[in-house]
Design a protein around this ligand. Structure first.
Ligand SMILES: Cc1cc2nc3c(=O)[nH]c(=O)nc-3n(C[C@H](O)[C@H](O)[C@H](O)COP(=O)(O)O)c2cc1C
Length: 263
């Protein structure tokens, strides 16, 4: 499986086999955490935390997660750069886990913070904002099926409602050199499947925006930009991100985040 296939096939997994993963698999996850970088700066910490299911203790996820004994914890600072980096960095870990046969589910709302926070302390300014179970997927419970149905997890917004070329009313042509990378962005996971990411292509530059939906829309957009960037890397395209003072002014209430220029 290559990274494009992983992005196409990945889905959130909320039901696990309860057996845990091997020491080698755990070491590979630690390696992914160490390798997950970001060009956006900010302050982000990613950790793995083991719970002992045999002791009967279950960290609180309001019934959403079953059979997971290993969780990623994601803490980050209150600023925009930290949220963007958190999404960008941690989605790399999620995709590498899927590639290695392990399921995950970003959890920002449905978890009891004190259960996961117990015994942890974070660099100044950072707070635990996301947890994420990881393990071997089992058949989904009814609760998981209902959760997926409730937020329409299978669906994504139409490509032409998200991505534009030249101006904010012209769709990106299927022949455009950025079409595939933007399509991979479209498939990314987001909180309540809100898909806040938007983009405008001008020549060899792509400007990224978000349509604010919640306090984690910037984090979500960082996840989408990871999918875009991984596609660029897969095709050996080099490029750089920069926040431009001259980025085109977006419509509605969209907010500008960053621009990517292919070299
Ligand atoms: C930042 C973030 C936060 C999320 N928080 C939750 C959550 O609290 N509870 C939950 O069940 N799913 C959560 N999800 C999973 C989304 O509902 C899911 O990614 C989306 O519906 C798309 O489905 P898919 O991941 O299967 O493609 C979250 C996803 C993201 C990216």
């Amino acid at each position: 499986m290559n990274i494009i296939e992983a992005m196409k096939e990945r889905r959130s997994v909320r039901t696990f086999d309860g057996k845990g993963i091997s020491a080698d698999q755990k070491a590979a996850l630690e390696h992914s955490i160490a390798g997950a970088g970001s060009p956006f700066g900010g302050s982000v910490t990613i950790r793995l935390k083991q719970f002992d299911l045999k002791s009967g203790y279950r960290p609180g996820t309001y019934g959403m997660i079953r059979g997971a004994e290993l969780f990623f914890l994601l803490a980050f600072g209150p600023d925009e750069a930290s949220a963007l980096s958190a999404g960008f960095r941690f989605e790399q870990v999620v995709l590498e886990a899927w590639h290695a046969g392990l399921g995950t589910c970003w959890i920002a709302g449905t978890f009891k913070g004190s259960d996961f926070q117990h015994g942890e302390s974070w660099p100044t300014g950072e707070e635990l904002k996301v947890v994420c179970p990881v393990g071997i997927a089992a058949a989904p419970t009814l609760t998981e099926k209902i959760a997926r149905f409730a937020v329409g997890s299978k669906n994504r917004k139409p490509f032409d409602s998200l991505f534009f070329s030249g101006d904010f009313s012209t769709p990106v042509s299927p022949d455009d050199t950025f079409h595939e990378a933007l399509e991979m962005m479209r498939l990314a996971p987001s909180s309540t499947n809100s898909q806040p990411w938007r983009a405008l292509v001008t020549g060899s530059t792509v400007h990224f925006y978000y349509a604010p939906k919640s306090s984690i829309s910037v984090l979500d957009t960082g996840i989408g930009i990871r999918h875009f960037y991984d596609t660029e890397q897969f095709h050996s395209h080099a490029g750089i991100f920069a926040r431009l003072t001259s980025a085109p002014t977006p419509p509605d209430n969209w907010k500008y985040l960053t621009s990517y220029t292919r070299r």
